[in-house]
Design a protein around this ligand. Structure first.
Ligand code: SF4
Length: 404
């Protein structure tokens, strides 16, 4: 049987994949990137729970997990790679155990949040970029690496409402090889940074856009001046422009600076024209986590129930006295901490060393659910594609809560 499904393996949440289910597993027959093919092609999840590496009945393993959490004083619920229901359940568990929560994408989300809090932001959506953007300026190196079909779906769509077939693309940073191939047919200007020059180049572009006379007088090598001039013309003439970055793809020692500079540039451009930002990030349920945490606690990151009520104080993983690790989308094992560790995952990475391993299904494959897309404006439904008896993380967490 073939179904059209939403892919959960990055926060683009492409909703056009054709997936065939057969006795031998799931096969993507159309519209998938390599990451999706790997994700859907992974073997069916483990269904055996473990206590201290030894196979045990699920009920006993759940009870053991509840005991460890009940005994802890500073539990950390980490990873949080799950869907909206799993995240809501994790918050309930944290409230009952005075735990802190930490999504593995939080460090990148915080970079955007800090900049948005101090600057404000003019942001756009995937749909607006696809349908309206005549000019797109990428900031960073291999910006779409973690969102492999962004160019296919938003820059080269089969149909777009207002944008023409040929767009003007700028790249401040180093494009990936696949990106360069995908951008063929569009006008592309790249200004590749040498070493740590990305923040510097962004500052130069902003200066050249806001004070055109500066560029003529600036002491710059001719090739760089020419590229800057091309980018200034491209950006300055846009009818609807988009600035696209991915916090994870930025040099991390400059990421805060660069995102602040992106928002400053957007503010400058919008004095005379329409230009908006799009941040690609929040894979593995990261965008959903920001939404769910904000609805439930008022805080989008660093949520901590240590004092019996939610705060945004965060917690250092090294300070935790018990770790519950949720990894529903990939094989990422928990960080090695010398504390009791409970793993909820379809994959057994780290399971033999954990105190408790609780098998769960992959959201969008073993159970239905919802995830928020990278632009944060819509949640897409996920489908159940096979029935191997793997429970969702939400179901397992609720069982732990019942035993507290
Ligand atoms: S780009 Fe992301 S959502 Fe789209 S098919 Fe690839 S992994 Fe899935």
């Amino acid at each position: 049987m073939t179904a059209t499904v939403t892919c959960p393996f990055c926060s683009l949440l492409c909703d056009d994949l054709s997936v065939r289910a057969s006795g031998s597993g799931l096969t993507v027959s159309a519209n998938a990137c390599q990451r999706a093919r790997q994700g859907f092609g992974l073997p069916a999840p483990a269904t055996e729970a473990r206590i201290a590496g030894v196979v045990a009945p699920l009920e006993r393993a759940v009870t053991r997990a509840a005991q460890l959490l009940q005994k802890s004083r500073k539990a950390l619920l980490g990873g949080l790679g799950t869907d909206v229901n799993g995240l809501r359940a994790a918050l309930r568990l944290a409230e009952r155990t005075d735990a802190a929560l930490w999504h593995e994408q939080e460090p990148y989300a915080r970079q955007n949040l800090k900049a948005l809090q101090s600057r404000g932001g003019i942001m756009t959506t995937l749909g607006e970029v696809k349908n309206r953007a005549d000019t797109v300026l990428f900031i960073g190196n291999n910006v779409t690496d973690n969102h492999p079909r962004f160019i296919e779906r938003c820059i080269n769509p089969a149909h777009a409402l207002f944008a023409g077939k040929h767009r003007k693309l700028g790249y401040l940073g180093k494009p990936g090889r696949t990106e360069l191939a995908d951008c063929e047919g569009h006008e592309l200007v790249t200004l590749t940074d040498q070493g740590n020059g990305l923040a510097n180049h962004l500052a130069l572009l902003r200066a050249a856009l806001t004070q055109p006379q500066w560029l003529a007088a600036a002491e710059l090598p001719a090739p760089k001046r020419n590229k800057l001039k091309q980018l200034v013309d491209m950006v300055g003439n846009a009818q609807y422009g988009a600035l696209v970055w991915s916090p994870a793809a930025l040099p991390q020692d400059q990421a805060d600076l660069i995102i602040h500079a992106c928002l400053d540039l957007l503010r400058d451009l919008n004095v005379k024209q329409r230009f908006a930002g799009l941040s690609l990030g929040g894979n593995n349920g990261g965008v959903s986590w920001q939404s769910v945490a904000t609805w439930q606690t008022g805080f989008p990151a660093g949520v901590n129930f240590t004092n019996g009520r939610p705060s945004a104080n965060g917690v250092q993983a090294a300070d935790a006295d018990c770790l519950l690790w949720v990894s529903g989308f990939n094989r990422q094992p928990p960080p090695a901490l010398a504390v009791p560790t409970i793993i909820l995952s379809p994959h057994q990475a780290g399971a033999s060393a954990a105190d408790v391993y609780l098998p769960t299904g992959v959201p969008g494959i073993d159970h239905g659910g919802n995830l928020f897309r990278t632009d944060g404006v819509i949640a897409l439904p996920l489908q159940k594609l096979r029935d191997r008896g793997a429970p969702s993380a939400a179901e397992v967490i609720e069982q732990i809560v019942e035993r507290l």
